[in-house]
Ligand binder design. Structure first.
Ligand SMILES: Nc1ncnc2c1ncn2[C@@H]1O[C@H](COP(=O)(O)OP(=O)(O)OP(=O)(O)O)[C@@H](O)[C@H]1O
Ligand SMILES: [Mg+2]
Length: 396
């Protein structure tokens, strides 16, 4: 993993439309996907920081298309927040700083694509949710993100990774891996393979509903991990959603499902002590409350009804992907120990079981929000109520 020298970073930083004198540049985070750096400038006696990110060209084959999506999304988010009269807008959505030639990216001499954002100050990220209150904030942040993008004008966004959540295709890839068994590992994962085979029927539920027009296509984030939400250090409020490379046409349920997967268990996704892995109902309840406080304004009844199912499906799909990668010799997910992908798969499948055991209770929570007398109705929701009623008619 190449890490850049300060001089190289400064050179890259200078390719963007930034005023002032550069003071220093450093590594911020070498994440799973991107490499993130920061640069500090003196602007009229005030220190201002910027984020520089190198786009992963192996994962994203068409960086200009990624950036075209990002530009449109960030511009729209900003306009909507401005219209709402919200304060601190540059802390609530990413602000792209263009390169000197006006494009939203700079291509270096190696052919790598770089982009720059204003650095959002006074925030922090967490790898795992630490309280039900944080689950509420995560749900609200991604729900609001989807809601703000419901009326994005213009043509369909680019599909930056085609078939990202096509669970049926993921299942087909798994079957092929079992049949070919290229790394000769299938016998080590017999129980997990059986577990997956017994659940094939769930893989088509959302795809079929979308194909029949029962679930609309929406603009979704597609990587709704909790560490992609910047949380205000002082107030704990979710400020900004980042990691927008996979924002594209998709299904709102997938975003919610991945939130269930990544927030409701007290463990990380590769926990080896499976007795600790479980879907915690109080956390789920907060996640639903946060998500629906924003997304409740536009979701159709079918989408709402499938929220618990989506949690199960995306957790299953992720487990399936880890299992497939284990069987094919760890080609996609970076591993840190032998059997790491099988461990990750076991953690996901344990969580699937835990969800299955509590699916009815989860459903009651969602249904209660929908029709019960105690449901939360934030002001902004009432404004959009009419369009929700319209959806109901179309759906039923
Ligand atoms: N504009 C910003 N202001 C402040 N911090 C930022 C900004 N953009 C990104 N970060 C920080 O950099 C981290 C990595 O960014 P991002 O999620 O886009 O990259 P990534 O490689 O996809 O990371 P990961 O693999 O962890 O998801 C974020 O978690 C956040 O802490
Ligand atoms: Mg990230």
């Amino acid at each position: 993993m190449p890490v850049y020298e300060e001089q190289q970073l400064q050179e890259i930083s200078r390719q963007f439309q930034i005023y002032g004198e550069i003071l220093h540049a450093e590594t911020c985070k070498i994440g799973h996907i991107n490499e993130t750096y920061s640069a500090t400038y003196d602007q009229g006696g005030t220190r201002v920081r910027y984020v520089h990110q190198k786009i992963n060209r192996h994962v994203f084959k068409d960086p200009p298309a990624v950036m075209e999506n990002l530009e449109r999304v960030c511009r729209h988010l900003r306009q909507k927040l401005e219209a709402r009269g919200v304060s601190q807008i540059t802390r609530r959505c990413l602000t792209i700083v263009p390169a000197r030639d006006g494009r939203p990216y700079y291509v270096d001499r190696n052919g790598d694509y770089w982009r720059t954002f204003l650095f959002i100050e006074g925030v922090q990220t967490f790898e795992a949710v630490q309280s039900p209150g944080q689950a509420f904030e995560a749900g609200r942040a991604f729900g609001e993100f989807q809601q703000l993008l419901v009326d994005l004008p213009g043509p369909r966004l680019h599909e930056t990774i085609p078939d990202f959540h096509n669970t049926r295709k993921r299942f087909a890839a798994f079957l092929e891996a079992v049949e070919k068994d290229p790394a000769n590992r299938a016998r080590e994962a017999r129980a997990e393979i059986e577990f997956a085979l017994r659940r094939e029927s769930i893989t088509g539920v959302i795809l079929d509903a979308m194909a029949r027009g029962r679930i609309p296509e929406r603009i979704t984030h597609n990587d709704t991990k909790f560490n992609n939400v910047l949380m205000d250090v002082a107030t704990g409020e979710a400020m900004c959603v980042v990691d927008l490379d996979t924002v594209m046409p998709g299904c709102a349920l997938y975003d919610f499902g991945d939130m269930v997967r990544t927030t409701t268990s007290p463990t990380l996704e590769d926990e080896r002590d499976l007795s600790k892995v479980r879907m915690q109902l109080p956390v789920f309840e907060k996640l639903v409350a946060g998500y629906l406080s924003a997304a409740g304004a536009f979701l159709t009844p079918t989408e709402r009804r499938l929220l618990p199912f989506a949690g199960k499906l995306i957790t299953f799909e992720t487990g399936l992907r880890f299992l497939t990668d284990f069987l094919t010799g760890d080609m996609y997910f970076r591993i840190h120990r032998p059997g790491h992908n099988l461990d990750r798969c076991r953690t996901q499948f344990k969580l699937v079981e835990s969800i299955e055991q509590q699916e009815e209770a989860m459903q009651r929570i969602v249904d209660r929000w929908d029709g019960g007398p105690t449901r939360r109705r934030p002001r902004q929701l009432r404004v959009g109520r009419r369009s929700v009623a319209g959806h109901s008619t179309a759906e039923s």
